[in-house]
Design a protein around this ligand. Structure first.
Ligand SMILES: Cc1ncc(COP(=O)(O)O)c(C=O)c1O
Length: 433
């Protein structure tokens, strides 16, 4: 294979934005994007265009410079309304109708709510679950979540997630939110999923169980694209039904065909009561929200879910374009083929190298190479090194900061680019042997 001459010294690059931005917002990589087209990014200092295997952070599902998206946004700009608060516009009308139809197979008479960031969506979901609890008893004020899952950085979302500042500063509040262990597929077999869930519940104090009004599940755990045994999710669903608990899926990453299906929960053959959606939903514009069974979504009191940029016209136009494209036969055929190819090449790759075989995961158009060396520090070092070499070879991948490398190209990527990227990955992994 031709060796590309994209040589960069990442340590030496000084990005001007670092002068202004808080270090709380760190760059994923010390590089500057100059422009982008389809699945390619042009990076300052690199001779060759780079294949994007990040989609930003699973956001740019249609790639870059999508002509229909550009056309529709330009039309909106000509119209003049770039913000309309909670006044109705034709853009809002059109999008809500499309999103209703897009979710109509999943929910009973779906009701929707729109926000701009994922954390706002999960936090709003938390509110709805708490309202549900309060309708029964003031004691029902906790959400059960899963260790290691991520739902955002605002306080409510973080209480359902793992660790961080809130955990340190208010351990009593954080610890009062019950959590159970994640059933990693390399530890829990399909036939053990149900028992695993019930054992985890038994490990919680019985008084805590009585406080649960909702359970939130990240459709797959982000850093490693880790999915669950189907039997585990089915047991959660059954438990929720029997105990009048709302089941929420955080589909921020998994929704909108990232896993090859419209929504990721479909892989588990259950239906949640409500989903949190975002990322790919807006193809790069800030758009997120909730969709759920009408009965559940109507638990929110009037005004309780308001947000300044809810149903922002530009985001609605982008969201509508995403659905228009995703509903086309061309997209549906292409995503099925792309997902099959991506998953096959991913699984072939992991089976060739012992040190990534056990824990790597591929599901539709998302995957993670998880390094499993004897020493976790070394696994993290290899993962970071992999990301740097991949970029010099012409592929941008997601550096997770952990022992994994995340792979999530635009859904519309050409097959040749998928194949080219995986050839580079094999070359890099061989360097580690
Ligand atoms: C599963 C999941 N939930 C919630 C969020 C938070 O979304 P945002 O960063 O848009 O607030 C993310 C973001 O990475 C996510 O992956």
């Amino acid at each position: 294979m031709e060796d590309k001459k994209n040589i960069l010294d990442f340590q030496k690059i000084q990005l001007s934005t670092n002068k202004y931005l808080s270090r709380g917002l760190t760059n994923n990589f010390n590089i500057k994007w100059e422009k982008a087209n389809d699945e390619f990014i042009f990076v300052e200092g690199l001779n060759e265009k780079v294949i994007d295997f990040t989609a930003g952070i699973l956001v740019n599902c249609l790639g870059y410079n999508n002509q229909l998206l550009k056309h529709n946004i330009n039309k909106l700009l000509e119209n003049g309304i770039i913000h309309s608060y909670h006044y109705q516009t034709s853009f809002k009308e059109k999008y809500l109708e499309s999103l209703y139809n897009f979710t109509a197979d999943s929910f009973i008479n779906p009701k929707l709510y729109l926000t701009s960031s994922g954390t706002e969506a999960t936090e709003s979901c938390m509110k709805i679950m708490l309202r549900h609890g309060q309708n029964f008893s003031p004691k029902k004020n906790k959400i059960l979540s899963i260790e290691g899952n991520y739902h955002g950085r605002t306080m409510g979302a973080a209480l359902m997630g793992t660790g961080g500042l809130f955990n340190e500063v208010w351990p009593n509040i954080y610890n009062s939110f019950p959590k159970i262990k994640f059933p990693y597929l390399w530890e829990v077999k399909e036939e053990q999923g149900e028992d695993f869930f019930h054992n985890e519940l038994r490990n919680l104090e019985p008084e805590k169980l009585e406080t649960i009004c909702g359970i939130i599940i990240e459709t797959y755990q982000g850093w490693g694209a880790c999915s669950y045994p189907k039997s585990f999710i089915k047991a959660v669903k059954k438990y929720c039904k029997q105990n009048n608990i709302i089941l929420a899926f955080d589909e921020m990453q998994a929704g909108f065909y990232r896993t090859g299906l419209r929504f990721g929960f479909q892989h588990y053959e259950i239906k949640p009561d409500i989903i949190c959606i975002g990322k790919g939903m807006g193809a790069g514009l800030p758009l997120s929200g909730l969709a759920g069974n009408s009965e559940i979504m109507q638990l929110a009191l009037p005004g309780e879910l308001s947000s300044t940029h809810s149903c922002n016209p530009i985001s609605c136009v982008a969201g509508n374009t995403v659905i228009e494209i995703m509903e086309s036969e061309e997209f549906k055929n292409n995503i099925t083929e792309n997902a099959a190819l991506f998953t096959k090449l991913g699984n072939d790759l992991k089976n060739k190298f012992e040190f990534i075989q056990k824990k790597s995961n591929f599901m539709g158009m998302v995957g993670a190479l998880v390094f499993d060396l004897s020493d976790n520090e070394k696994s993290i070092e290899y993962a970071n090194k992999f990301c740097e070499i991949a970029l010099t070879k012409g592929v941008l991948v997601i550096k997770t900061g952990r022992e994994s490398v995340k792979l999530s190209p635009p859904l519309t990527i050409r097959k040749e680019s998928i194949e080219e990227a995986f050839k580079h990955f094999e070359y890099i992994l061989n360097l580690f042997c």
